[in-house]
Design a protein around this ligand. Sequence first.
Ligand SMILES: NC(=O)c1ccc[n+]([C@@H]2O[C@H](COP(=O)([O-])OP(=O)(O)OC[C@H]3O[C@@H](n4cnc5c(N)ncnc54)[C@H](OP(=O)(O)O)[C@@H]3O)[C@@H](O)[C@H]2O)c1
Length: 277
Amino acid sequence: MVDPRTVVLPNGAAVPALGQGTWGMGEDPGRRAAEVSALRAGLDLGMTLVDTAEMYGDGAAEEVVAEAVAGRRDDVFLVSKVLPSHADARGVAQACRGSLRRLRTDRIDLYLLHWRGSVPLEETVEAFESLVREGAIRSWGVSNLDVDDLADLPPETRPQTDQVLYNLSRRGPEYGLLPRCRELSIPVMAYSPVEQGRLLGHTALREVAAAHGATPAQIALAWVLRHEDVIAIPKASSRAHIEENRAAWEMDLSAEDLAALDRAFPPPEGKRPLEML
Ligand SMILES: NC(=O)c1ccc[n+]([C@@H]2O[C@H](COP(=O)([O-])OP(=O)(O)OC[C@H]3O[C@@H](n4cnc5c(N)ncnc54)[C@H](OP(=O)(O)O)[C@@H]3O)[C@@H](O)[C@H]2O)c1
């Protein structure tokens, strides 16, 4: 198998450009075994970055992740998130303890603020840095922060990533946010890279896919992954979807493909507010 692309975070950690999302997992006991086995299949195929959050299924997604990574924790790069309502000094420490317990691990590799709430960013970052000192998290980052929010982070601090909504139908970040993150050398983590499935019936996407003998999901992922400093974290709960997504990691789109996709999904011509799901 060709060595797939990795992305190097500001702290030097190299992570796979294609990871796995978990939103919605753990909510239905009847689907749990399939979710665990899909995540494991993804790990076997090198998609070893797993994104979860205390919010997902009220902690149940983290428990699914724990089951999937059991026995192979050191091979996995775990990302979890704290809710803005827990983002004050005490709340962060407590939320992190809860996530560690559910994940059945002693450290989270990358801990994100899920979105900006009313707690000053400075307080949250201080709490993150104290968790780094204690060894409970290896690094911290942010999610759903737009250019102006990034400017409000305490000076001399740098998040390891900004996890944002980015896909063919949500190209707003290309104007403003992606260039700014590039200037700061902060890789972006693209969530909902297939727009939760809503993109997949789009004619232009289907046409490009047909020309490649690929599926629309693969083209949507290859399109996000065309940036060297963007990580994509699709959520998939079947082995078939996992294998399909894994193959997209090595797919190259031609200039003609990109032009056809630009016509169907025009790039932004000015700043748009950052969208969220
Ligand atoms: N930071 C944030 O605020 C935020 C917000 C949203 C999401 N996220 C993270 O990003 C992850 C991904 O986003 P998402 O779950 O919202 O949406 P997504 O990854 O764009 O879409 C997930 C949906 O696409 C389907 N799918 C996956 N691969 C497919 C394939 N090859 N062919 C056809 N369908 C496929 C999945 O079906 P199956 O499950 O049936 O395989 C699922 O229904 C989340 O799980 C979460 O970890 C973060």
